[in-house]
Design a protein around this ligand. Structure first.
Ligand code: SAH
Ligand code: SF4
Length: 388
């Protein structure tokens, strides 16, 4: 395609086409990084802003991966871009579809590592559950991902790339010029609840979510993006100021003794420290509440007394309590609380004035439910999976 570009003065003065490994991936760059990269490649400074906006629209609104198709750019400029840059997203190595419509993607990223992304369709929304790390440094005792060490952080490109490949699979690149309203989109919500602790990869998560929110990027409202943390207290305030998304916290226990065992980061930042940070989260109101995630573990954290303690602890924080029936995985040391127990717990929380939905496990048949994600690269970092 590029060979057919007319030979103009611009093309003749082009630097040689860089080898693939030296070309720079444009996906995941902030606007400022992209503008600087374009200028370094020879774009006149005065045009950098406009070119950045045009490229973002091609990448994130139209899903185009080939510079030759970017028809509002002059052909010699497209050739220049192709000589210097790439448009790389993670490679889908396996796609599984659950009986309930949940889709799980196994993605390969640089270094041969693998992560998982899950798409959860619901009547009123479609949620994409995005990973932030390969593995996790933390060791929550009920979490499958947590049984493995951290392999590495994902880059911003690999994080926003998860949204892009899911849109490829769902066929959700809108017709030119038409940005669908949030609520009618197949991917209407994003949750950072996949593999990894997003606040231990803050910059990459922030840059990726900025693209997800930008009106020339994926263009989702910040209120449709929820970041879940196990409680990395020093990063909570800037999650609000620098990203501005909704916050969920993996609370899971009402005493430090139990939380120390379930979420060991509690030994560093305990319940009181965590609640202090949550009380300071910007923009909290009845319409912007913190989600408290609470996994229901039989006989561990699921008593009526726990429910009452929970509502006392969070008093004054605009909150909703998301009760997650424990999802089992091979070798898990816990059992799911019985349904009646979960309902009794939910009832106490509800009567205290908090929404207390019980999360329906989704995609259990393909191990896609909360806490079940674990890729082969987390199990054996250098192992290669045979693609079925
Ligand atoms: N690392 C972040 C985000 C990923 S986990 C965090 O911990 O918040 C997403 C949610 O699933 C968390 O609330 C986590 O505690 C919960 N979870 C982990 N393992 C689970 C399991 N086996 N069953 C149910 N929920 C689980
Ligand atoms: Fe990591 Fe979250 Fe799992 Fe804890 S629950 S091990 S922080 S992914």
């Amino acid at each position: 395609m590029i060979a057919t570009a007319p030979v103009t003065q611009d093309v003749l003065t082009l630097p040689r086409r860089l080898p693939a490994a030296e070309r720079i991936n444009l996906v995941g760059m902030t606007r400022a990084q992209l503008a600087a990269a374009l200028v370094a490649a020879g774009t006149p400074e005065k045009q950098a802003r406009m070119r950045t906006a045009q490229l973002w629209q091609w990448l994130y609104q139209k899903g185009v991966r080939d510079f030759a198709l970017m028809t509002n750019l002059a052909k010699p400029y497209r050739a220049l871009l192709a000589a210097r840059f790439t448009i790389d997203v993670p490679q889908v190595v396996r796609r599984q579809v659950s009986a309930d419509g949940t889709r799980k993607y196994l993605l390969r990223v640089a270094g041969g590592h693998e992560v998982e992304t899950v798409y959860i369709p619901d009547a009123d929304r479609g949620t994409l559950c995005v990973s932030s790390q390969v593995g996790c440094t933390l060791t929550c005792s009920f979490c499958h991902t947590g049984t493995q060490r951290l392999v590495r952080n994902l880059t911003a490109a690999e994080i926003v790339g998860q949204i892009m490949v899911a849109r490829d699979d769902l066929g959700e690149w809108p017709a030119p010029g038409r940005v669908a309203k949030d609520e009618t989109r197949l991917i209407s919500n994003i949750v950072l609840m996949g593999m990894g602790e997003p606040l231990y990869n803050f910059e990459a998560v922030r840059d990726a979510m900025k693209i997800a929110m930008d009106h020339e990027g994926i263009s989702l409202s910040r209120r449709r993006i929820t970041l879940s943390t196990s409680g990395i207290v020093p990063e909570i305030a800037r999650t609000g100021t620098e990203i501005g998304c909704m916050l969920a916290v993996s609370f899971h226990a009402t005493t430090d003794e139990v939380r120390d065992r379930l979420v060991p980061i509690n030994r560093k930042w305990n319940i009181a420290a965590l609640l202090d940070a949550l009380r300071g989260y910007p923009n909290l109101s009845n319409s912007e509440r913190i989600t408290f995630e609470y996994v229901m573990l039989d006989g561990i954290n699921d008593s009526d007394e726990d429910a009452r303690r929970l509502v006392r602890l969070i008093a004054g924080i605009p909150a909703k309590i998301n009760l997650i029936p424990f999802n089992e995985w091979p070798g898990a040391p816990y059992r799911r609380s019985p349904e009646a127990r979960i309902r009794s717990f939910a009832d106490i929380v509800y009567k205290a004035g908090y929404a207390s939905p019980i999360r329906t496990p989704r995609g259990e048949d393909i191990m896609a439910a909360c806490g079940q994600l674990k890729s082969d690269s987390a199990r054996a970092p250098n192992a290669r999976r045979v693609v079925p």
